[in-house]
Design a protein around this ligand. Structure first.
Ligand SMILES: [Zn+2]
Length: 208
């Protein structure tokens, strides 16, 4: 059984003698002249849903922010030391990406925690506090579909919709969207079947 350190060093050596060699010129170009990605991805921190795997991206192609349950908080919440918002602001105002994709996923632990009420109690830790951002969406969903068999799936989609609405509460996002410089896109990844769903302008998801 290898230790975590052996695992990291083994993986690094394989990368250095494999993908890095294949993409050496690209790494040199990116390292020398900087990044210029067109796509920003907001995805869950979950180890099973790496956007650069799912979209087969090269280094430099996608600007990725990952957090628990791929949530964008609304403007006006406590934004002290807010990593996700810093990444979004940088992507929109400096990198001027063409699109922000918010990607939810199957069997999301953060969404399950929100549904289980983690965000309903004080002192629920950082995770409880974070997923409470989706409490209004969760309560509305439970009122309408509380006994549905696919409540978790519905909440995973609703979380994406809520984060997209929250994105529009930031002036720099709203301005870029209204000026035609930025598109907001919802997405969903099914882990078992590698199914990808994309949302239309009404927030309805369908298979790619
Ligand atoms: Zn997740």
């Amino acid at each position: 059984m290898q230790t975590w350190r052996e695992r990291l060093e083994k993986g690094y050596r394989e990368f250095k003698s494999g993908d890095y060699v294949d993409q050496k010129a690209l790494y040199e170009e990116l390292g020398t002249h900087g990044q210029n990605p067109d796509i920003m991805l907001i995805a869950c921190a979950d180890s099973r849903v790496d956007p650069t795997d799912i979209f087969n991206a090269y280094p430099g192609e996608m600007f990725v922010a990952r957090n628990v349950a791929n949530i964008v908080p609304p403007s006006g919440d406590d934004e002290a030391y807010h990593g996700t918002l810093a990444a979004i602001e940088y992507a929109v105002t400096v990198l001027e990406v063409d699109v922000i994709v918010v990607m939810g996923h199957e069997s999301c632990g953060g969404i399950a925690g929100c549904l289980a009420g983690m965000g309903d109690t004080l002192n629920a830790g950082f995770v409880g506090s974070w997923v409470s951002i989706l409490n209004d969406a969760k309560n509305k969903l439970i009122n309408e579909h509380g006994d549905a068999d696919d409540l978790q799936f519905r909440m995973e989609l609703e979380g994406v919709r809520q984060s997209m609405r929250n994105l529009m509460t930031y002036d720099f996002v709203q301005d870029a969207v209204e000026n035609g410089k930025l598109i907001l896109q919802g997405a969903y990844f099914g882990i078992v079947s590698a199914e990808l769903l994309l949302a239309d302008e009404n927030g309805e998801f369908s298979k790619v």
